[in-house]
Write a protein that binds this ligand. Structure first.
Ligand code: CAA
Length: 378
């Protein structure tokens, strides 16, 4: 059992109510229509959810990380697509600017992002550089007091709806690995910056993703984030926080799997009695509950370390690894408990199953999390 403060409980309840009243009726629309996602976004912005944990001076609510994660978890119980949108915006989108930006960059970019007037996105992955994120080929050449960016980024969440992108580009051509990467803030609308539709995806179908194409995009030198060659570290550091957030999203999906399975097992009768009377089903439910509880502890523990200013990279990877794999197992069992009906679109577990898979891939695959954990151990 994780003990929550009164403030954390009140944020949890507020987001739970919002998700039930505003998101649940629109879930199918969100899955099919980007405009429906934007409508929900505007409502989340009005509630102050788009920058919960950032300081009041930039328009945030100055909550702790656990409060923010409770919000992600509650959203994910109803719509993983909405949860991942907020997660990317807040952690890997805004956080690099908040943690590494100059005061001028913060004053310019944080208020509209934290208020939700604008959305943020994060550009790291490239066609040749997924897990090996330090090998991106997008170039940034210093020319007459600005940088000229050329290249492309794929699988970018929030790409059409976002206005502000933090992205890596190679400033040192002679250094082909992570040492040659710098980080930039790029605004949508500049010449040569085009967002293309992403390929159709298995799950989180309501989340917005696409490909960023950069052709001679001029970025002011002032939009360099941190110092030259610091890009990889800025992105790895931000991903540590992002991974806890994806852990909370996994937790929310897994809890939805358990809640729906409990309900169905109580209602569905076979062989003259409810499914919940069969020990084979009870064991599945028990395993799901234990794995969810373990995930909750790992996720909130990593967040508490972060808030305490302690190292949390290993714990973030542990939280994301366990929570995402527990989520996938919970979704698998939820479909199994629902039997043939679970394989149809008549029951949400079909969507949970597809959404769950993404948690094992985004912001570092399970194999990358194991690699990070092992490197810390060794
Ligand atoms: N924080 C700060 N610095 C870090 C760090 C961290 N968490 N992890 C590594 N570094 C530093 C290291 O100290 C090292 O510094 P020096 O050069 O000074 O020695 C440097 O970064 C390189 O570290 P590694 O040698 O460990 O780097 P690597 O090339 O072996 O890569 C990796 C390590 C863990 C595999 C990393 O590449 C990685 O995390 N890959 C996965 C990328 C990923 O998660 N992509 C998801 C993209 S976003 C997404 O999913 C889509 C979306 O829209 C959300």
């Amino acid at each position: 059992m994780v003990f929550l403060s009164d403030e954390q409980k009140s944020i949890q309840q507020m987001v739970r109510d919002f998700a039930e009243t505003e998101i649940r009726p629109a879930v199918q629309d969100i899955e099919q229509d980007r405009q429906a996602l934007w409508s929900i976004w505007e409502k989340m912005a009005a509630l102050g959810l788009t920058g919960l944990q950032f300081p009041e001076e930039y328009g945030g609510a100055a909550t702790d990380s656990v409060s923010y994660l409770l919000a992600i978890e509650e959203l994910a119980k109803v719509s993983a697509s909405v949860a991942v949108t907020l997660s990317v915006h807040t952690t890997v989108g805004i956080l690099p600017i908040y943690e590494w930006g100059t005061e001028a960059q913060k004053q310019k970019y944080l208020p509209p992002l934290i208020s939700g007037q604008k959305m943020a996105a994060f550009g790291l992955t490239e066609p040749n550089a997924g897990s090996d994120a330090g090998r991106g080929l997008t170039r940034a050449d210093a020319v007459n007091g600005h940088y000229v960016l050329n290249g492309s980024k794929i699988f970018i969440t929030n790409s059409h709806l976002a206005d502000i992108f933090v992205m890596t580009a190679r400033t040192e051509r002679d250094l082909p690995d992570h040492k040659g990467l710098s980080a930039f803030i790029v605004e949508k609308g500049v010449n040569g910056f085009v967002v293309e539709e992403g390929d159709g995806k298995l799950g989180i179908q309501g989340s917005d993703w696409g490909t960023l194409v950069l052709e001679d995009v001029e970025v002011p030198a002032d939009n360099l984030l941190g110092t030259r060659q610091q890009g990889f570290k800025i992105f790895m550091n931000s991903l540590d926080a992002g991974r806890i957030s994806i852990g909370a999203m996994s937790l929310g999906i897994a809890e939805a799997c358990l809640a729906d399975s409990l309900k169905y097992a109580g209602e569905r009768r076979q062989f003259g009695k409810p499914l919940s009377d069969f020990q084979a089903i009870q064991f599945k439910l028990a395993d799901m509950a234990v794995e969810i509880e373990a995930a909750r502890h790992l996720v909130y523990h990593a967040a508490q370390l972060k808030d305490a200013g302690k190292p949390f990279s290993k714990e973030a990877s542990m939280a994301k690894l366990w929570a995402s794999e527990a989520c996938m197992r919970a979704a698998d069992q939820a479909v199994q408990i629902h039997g043939g009906y679970g394989y149809t679109k008549d029951f949400p577990v079909e969507r949970y199953f597809r959404d769950a898979k993404c948690t094992e891939l985004v912001e570092g695959t399970s194999q990358i999390q194991r690699l990070v954990i092992a490197r810390h151990l060794l």
